[in-house]
Design a binder for this molecule. Structure first.
Ligand code: BJW
Length: 224
């Protein structure tokens, strides 16, 4: 059985990582739509870097929760028959032991140089404009996908949606495309579709089945 699992901010909420659009979803009064764009970065790079530096610094204080653990177990069982796609830029799936994770919106612990294009692992602050290890330009930005940019590995994701027997969405609001459209694509190609979310999402109506509750309970229950 070929399975695609899509995760969003809700899967990391019980680990203590704030979501974007729930009650605590503002950062210092900014909506994510106001700081996660190339235009925002061009206009006020220090504000945008501070948003990501704060989130990167907070990452070491959180741990994977039972939902991440359950998906790691599923990955061990299904091997190449599971594609785990996350919109999250945290590393909690990796730390839970998931053997393979596709970060369609990039990774907090990576940076890319807007001068030479090099991508590097990066655990420290970027706001103080450190030099790129490749070209020395002070031009490193978070290696994340902002509004108006193209998410990573779309061809691989679409191929997996076409092949999938089951598509499961965990903890995502269905507010951001192209991820919000995956359920309709998978369903159009014949997959059964299941949503696991604390509450009905913007995309609930597209799923064959929608279960409501915390991911830390629902995901282990589903995987068992
Ligand atoms: C729990 C829980 C618990 C809580 N247990 N559940 C008009 C119409 C349609 C599309 C567009 C449009 N205008 C523009 C667009 C495109 C645009 C878009 O979608 N805009 C919308 C605002 C409409 N999209 C883009 O620009 C994308 N690129 C693109 O389309 O390129 C064109 C292209 C595509 C494909 C092929 C070729 C070309 C890029 C989008 C980039 C999004 N980037 C961000 C920031 C990433 C870096 C970072 O993390 O800072 O990604 S924005 C932010 O939203 C982040 C997230 O990954 C993403 C989704 O958020 P998510 O994960 O759903 O979180 P929340 O907070 O919204 O929801 C949390 C959910 O969890 C809720 O449902 C809770 O109920 C639930 N929950 N606790 C279970 N304990």
């Amino acid at each position: 059985m070929k399975v695609v699992v899509l995760t969003g901010a809700g899967i990391s909420a019980e680990s203590g990582v704030p979501t974007f659009r729930d009650a605590d979803g503002l950062w210092e009064g900014h909506r994510v739509e106001d700081v996660a764009t190339p235009e925002a970065y061009e206009a006020a790079p220090s504000v945008v870097q501070a948003f990501y530096d704060a989130r990167r610094a907070a990452l070491s204080a959180v741990d994977p929760n039972p939902a991440h653990d359950a998906l790691a177990r599923l990955g061990e069982v299904l091997g190449d028959d599971l594609l785990l796609v996350t919109q999250n830029i945290d590393d909690l799936h990796e730390r839970a032991g998931s053997p393979s994770v596709l970060h369609m919106h990039g990774e907090l612990l990576a940076a890319w140089c807007t001068a030479c294009g090099r991508r590097v692992r990066w655990a420290g602050a970027l706001g103080d404009q450190p030099p790129c290890p490749g070209c020395a330009a002070p031009a490193l930005r978070p290696d994340v996908v902002w509004f108006g940019e193209v998410p990573y590995e779309m061809d691989r994701i679409v191929d997996a949606l076409v092949e999938a027997d089951l598509f499961v969405s965990v903890g995502t609001s269905g507010a951001v495309y192209p991820a919000a459209g995956f359920v309709q694509q998978a369903r159009a190609y014949g997959a059964r579709t299941l949503e696991l979310n604390l509450q009905p999402s913007e995309g609930s109506r597209w799923f064959h089945e929608s279960r409501q509750g915390p991911a830390g309970l629902l995901v282990p229950e589903w995987v068992a």
